[in-house]
Design a protein around this ligand. Structure first.
Ligand code: ZN
Ligand code: ZN
Length: 782
């Protein structure tokens, strides 16, 4: 009779898929939750994923981290609920649909109809959901795919309305005019954390242009990287503390910063006069591109400390419509604001009307040259923000819009961030910490269609009001609506409220919320709090553990912190594990154009999910970029997995041949041979260390410790030196002892590795114990 089953000889993909089906059949996830006490929760939040693109290799890394620590804590005795999340709103989704329908801009969408368009968006969200669910199952991640939270769900939106209503009533939301980064293609303003994601190096034409003084035959030399803004120029600006000079060069008289004269003019100039910046203040000059009319005093020199001597001429031009610093100077000197550009980034007046401003640079340079107004043209590479979704260069633009006054709670955000344990710590201290120190208000509104509609209604008398629930909307609506109303556009656009001030009908403002507001609301909205599940919410807030990529620092991590700090006064998470990118073996980003991407499904078919899961943290700590090398992955199989399997095979071969079952006898510790006690002591040390490393989220050390133990201590040293004891004829104390010791250690190792490699650990554990699952077992105690 065979006591211990042989390891599977099937193809690894078949073996793992079968095991995955077995887990479904015994409902292992729910069992592992329900066999733990409700009073002992370890709370995990899943960052909502977008399923409108195919899953990539880096998704596997993110998922394995979430999964490993949830499984580990479960084995430690905690109850770990696992609700999966889907991020479904926003521009990325709209862009996909626009592409599919060959739309060029928002006019096309409105012609097509918002109702139809949003319906398409809603469908497109699920395009690759099956692939994501398959990835989840295939890699052995335990998460509840049957009860997800979905950000477009009416209940989810209702919770967001509740939060927004609370913010509005507490004076945290305002309509402002700010110079905002605008994507001219998407026609929408971007929040600063979105801008931070889209910086790219581009080459631009920079120009140095001469501005003629009003009553004198001299010129201010001014450098700009955005010639298209020159048409909106209303002032120049110098640094009041710096030194400036008037020089004679090439037959002209120029004024510029003393420290920059050499680099611009060479040595061929004669200094005529010297000034400080302050001396130049209020000197008037003639407009360079005189196509627009001003309604206030303009065209004079201003002073501000933001002007630096790093490059250019030390004199900058001021166009208050197109830069935050410019707008600030404009306010200080009461300058007019000229804005000849529409929201699609095209000039609406002047000689270049109809042209996209960045395309107009060349035409403007031609014009300057033809009119003897170009001192110098120079190509320059600079780091410029682009739309993170459609890659269009952003323009800075004055825009009315709705904001959350996050600066009001800045101190509290900083304080709450300091209480979070970040792994690694510098993400919290530096990356998010610096971000919070330089916090801007959150541009909340998006002039788009597929998103959570802002629940703000406006009257022509200027009165504003918000609603905080669906029921309130039904009660207050002028039109007759009922429970079935979909809270999306365009349905909600057709609902009007009565103005409390003048009794006229109020109309909803058009904007929808930044989709980051959706994902940041998930601690509340995933349970439809406070409308339902109050007890569940209280038990599941805040999270003990979240884990996402480093790109989420100013994304999900930030918005979660803002919303929970406002609603509950605390951070919604206690421990954050941050992973960096997966790059190819040469350190290059995986991309379609390089053709160095790796399909996670093909990889799993070839090597098995376990091998990949073990390989990732073995390369380097997950918070550094992982250089993915197939050779390294092969080595995981040939070294660690095969040694572990060989050890198991050796043990079971002799146990089965000799009919020895170590479960049927005890051997007291004192009766074991010295080498057995040595192995047990090594094993207990390993358990202690591995537990400590799991507790500080350091899987690289977990992997290295276990690998060393299995390869060196267990296989190379212990098994090799004790082979003869397995072969002994009599089942004497020595033979019993070696079997007992090997059994205990192998069984223990299967539990130590179970959180990270769920398949092979399950097979070894179940074969050795005949129990239902290693994932229902407890973690070993040292
Ligand atoms: Zn865009
Ligand atoms: Zn009114």
């Amino acid at each position: 009779m065979t006591k211990f089953k042989e390891l599977s000889k099937e193809k690894v993909s078949v073996f793992e898929t079968n095991l995955s089906e077995y887990w479904d059949s015994i409902d292992v996830l729910n069992k592992s939750i329900n066999n733990r006490s409700k009073d002992n929760n370890f709370v995990f939040y899943d960052g909502p994923a977008t399923a409108n693109a195919m899953p990539k290799l880096h998704h596997m890394l993110a998922k394995l981290l979430k999964d490993t620590f949830c499984k580990y804590k479960t084995m430690q005795g905690y109850r770990v609920l696992r609700k999966v999340g889907w991020d479904t709103h926003g521009l990325p989704v709209e862009l996909e649909v626009e592409k599919e329908l060959c739309f060029l801009n928002k006019t096309d969408i409105e012609k097509y109809g918002i109702e139809k368009f949003n319906k398409k968006c809603c469908e497109s969200v699920w395009k690759n959901e099956k692939a994501f669910s398959l990835l989840t199952k295939r890699m052995g991640q335990f998460i509840d795919l049957d009860n997800p939270y979905v950000t477009y769900d009416n209940k989810y939106i209702e919770t967001e309305w509740w939060i927004l209503d609370k913010m509005f009533k507490e004076g945290m939301i305002y309509e402002g005019h700010k110079i905002m980064p605008l994507c001219p293609r998407c026609g929408t303003a971007l929040a600063s954390h979105e801008v931070a994601q889209g910086y790219k190096n581009i080459t631009v034409d920079t120009v140095v242009v001469p501005f003629k003084l009003k009553n004198e035959d001299s010129y201010f030399l001014v450098w700009t990287t955005t010639p298209w803004t020159l048409i909106a120029n209303v002032a120049l600006c110098v640094n009041p503390q710096e030194k400036y000079i008037k020089v004679k060069s090439q037959g002209y008289q120029f004024i510029l910063a003393a420290s920059l004269a050499d680099s611009l003019l060479g040595s061929e100039y004669e200094v005529l006069e010297k000034y400080t910046g302050k001396d130049l203040e209020m000197i008037e000059y003639e407009p360079l591109l005189p196509f627009l009319t001003v309604d206030k005093k303009a065209y004079f020199v201003t002073c501000d400390n933001y002007v630096t001597m790093e490059d250019g001429t030390g004199i900058v031009h001021i166009a208050p419509a197109f830069g935050a610093d410019d707008a600030e100077v404009g306010r200080k000197y009461n300058l007019p604001t000229l804005n000849p550009v529409d929201e699609e980034g095209k000039y609406r007046e002047g000689p270049w009307a109809g042209m996209f401003v960045m395309d107009a640079d060349l035409e403007i340079i031609k014009y300057l040259k033809a009119n003897d107004k170009l001192f110098k043209k120079q190509k320059m590479e600079h780091n410029y923000p682009h739309c993170w979704r459609c890659q269009t260069p952003l323009i800075y633009y004055p825009k009315p819009g709705w904001f959350i006054e996050t600066t009001k709670i800045k101190d509290k955000l900083i304080e709450n961030n300091k209480k979070v344990n970040w792994f690694p710590s510098y993400v919290g201290e530096k990356r998010l910490g610096n971000w919070l120190e330089n916090l801007n208000d959150w541009a909340l509104g998006r002039n788009r269609y597929w998103g959570t509609p802002l629940n703000i209604w406006k009257c022509e008398c200027g009165e504003l009001r918000t609603v905080g629930s669906k029921q309130e909307l039904i009660n207050e609506a002028i039109e007759t609506i009922d429970e079935t109303i979909d809270l999306h556009r365009p349905y909600v656009d057709n609902v009007h409220l009565t103005c409390p001030k003048c009794s006229k009908p109020m109309t909803r403002i058009e904007e929808v919320a930044d989709c980051w507001f959706d994902s940041g609301s998930m601690p509340f909205a995933q349970y439809h709090y406070p409308f339902e599940n109050e007890e569940l919410f209280n038990e599941q807030f805040p999270a003990d553990f979240i884990s996402e990529g480093i790109d989420q620092t100013r994304g999900w991590f930030y918005v979660l912190l803002v919303i929970s700090t406002f609603v509950k006064g605390v951070s919604p998470y206690k421990n954050v594990l941050v992973n960096d990118m997966v790059v190819d073996k040469d350190g290059l980003k995986m991309s379609k154009s390089r053709n160095n991407g790796i399909d996670p499904f093909e990889l799993m078919d070839q090597f098995g999910a376990d091998a990949i899961r073990w390989y990732f943290p073995s390369v380097s700590p997950v918070w550094t970029p992982t250089k993915f090398d197939i050779e390294g992955l092969k080595e995981v199989n040939s070294k660690f997995f095969s040694t572990l399997k060989n050890t198991y095979n050796f043990f079971t071969l002799y146990a089965n041949t000799d009919q020895v079952d170590p479960r049927e006898f005890e051997v007291e510790y004192k009766d074991r041979e010295e080498i057995d006690r040595w192995l047990l002591s090594k094993y207990h040390k390993l358990v202690k260390q591995v537990t400590e490393y799991y507790d500080i989220y350091d899987l690289t050390q977990v992997v290295r410790e276990i690998q060393y133990f299995v390869l060196e201590d267990l296989s190379n040293w212990y098994i090799r030196r004790n082979r003869k004891r397995f072969w002994g004829n009599e089942l004497d104390l020595s033979k019993k002892s070696v079997y007992k010791t090997t059994y205990e250690v192998l069984e223990g190792v299967s539990r130590l590795i179970a959180p990270l490699v769920p398949f092979i650990s399950e097979e070894i554990y179940c074969n050795l114990t005949e129990k239902e699952s290693v994932h229902l077992a407890d973690f070993p105690q040292a």
